[in-house]
Design a protein around this ligand. Structure first.
Ligand code: ADP
Ligand code: MG
Length: 280
């Protein structure tokens, strides 16, 4: 299939006014931009072609283009120039998940459960469409807008294969959210996202990560053995239901780990077992 809706431009600045940089990684930079023709604001992800020499980007873009979910950042358009690919993404303005939690005075299990439910619904939808995110972490969970009850949006997915976000680059970057089987370089699947959601849930409830080691080798071996605990006193007042949810999401064995469908049926998500008292 060829990418029939791809647009070419000799200079992306003919199409957009650049407003400011929102983020940058090793393969890409993200800018806030205004489309000149319509005045609409977007997040523009700029990828250097030289990093994508043998990639399958256009096929992956064709998949992303069809992705539409209320908790998933939408891909609106796609440009290429001689040197770059440009992904025009829906702009969300509420900031990253953890930044807001730090600002919030009161935080409850119920708040965490409602955030995780939205993440599960988004990731479940991606999985149904055969997309494994592979890089789920707090920086990729964004609030839709600045309202107190704004929904959560999952971003930065679908290009992970192309950008080799897999074993190597993750191992060089933030391994704290990566599943044991990824570090062990075994073939992996949708269940790696469920592990990451377990890690994010853990942090939401206690404020520190399940694995922390200054030494990367020790960190890797702790993750590979799924060696985490619910330490006293930090976890004393957290419900047994929350811990059960995390144990199922962070199961060392991927074949016994929850998939999103099971996770969405767990009482901590589906029923009222998440406590509604301040844990911040
Ligand atoms: P990277 O590959 O560099 O991680 P991301 O797509 O995660 O790229 O974007 C980097 C940062 O830019 C994010 O952590 C987020 O703060 C911001 N960002 C990304 N996409 C959007 C968006 N659609 N709306 C608003 N901010 C965004
Ligand atoms: Mg990112």
């Amino acid at each position: 299939i060829i990418c029939s809706w791809k647009k070419s431009t000799s200079n992306i600045r003919d199409v957009f006014d650049f407003k400011g940089k929102m983020g940058s990684g090793s393969f890409s930079e993200v800018f806030m931009v205004r489309e000149k023709r319509t005045g609409k604001m977007y997040a523009l992800k700029c990828l250097k072609k030289k990093h994508l020499a043998h990639s399958n980007l256009e096929n992956e873009i064709n998949v992303l283009r069809r992705i539409q979910h209320e908790n998933v950042v939408g891909l609106e358009d796609f440009y290429e120039s001689r040197t770059h690919y440009y992904l025009v993404m829906q702009l969300v303005s509420g900031g990253e998940l953890f930044d807001r939690i730090l600002d919030k005075g009161v935080y409850t299990e119920k708040d965490a459960s409602m955030v995780i439910k939205q993440v599960l619904q988004a990731v479940s939808y991606l999985h149904e469409n055969s997309i494994v995110h592979r890089d789920l972490k707090p920086e990729n969970l964004l609030y839709y807008n600045t309202d107190e009850n704004a929904k959560i949006m999952v971003s930065d997915f679908g290009l992970s294969k192309t950008l080799e976000h897999g074993v190597m680059s993750t191992a060089c970057g933030t391994p704290g959210y990566v599943a044991p089987e990824v570090l062990a370089q075994r073939p992996y699947s949708k269940t790696v996202d469920c592990w990451s959601i377990g890690v994010i849930t853990y942090i939401l409830l206690c404020g520190y990560p399940p694995f922390f080691e200054d030494n990367e080798t020790r960190l890797f071996s702790k993750i590979m053995r799924a060696e985490y605990a619910f330490h006293s006193p930090f976890w004393d007042d957290i419900s047994e239901s929350a811990k059960d949810f995390i144990r199922n999401m962070m199961h060392k064995n991927p074949t016994r780990r929850f998939l999103t469908e099971q996770a969405l049926r767990h009482p901590w998500i589906a029923e009222n077992t998440a406590k509604d008292v301040d844990i911040s």
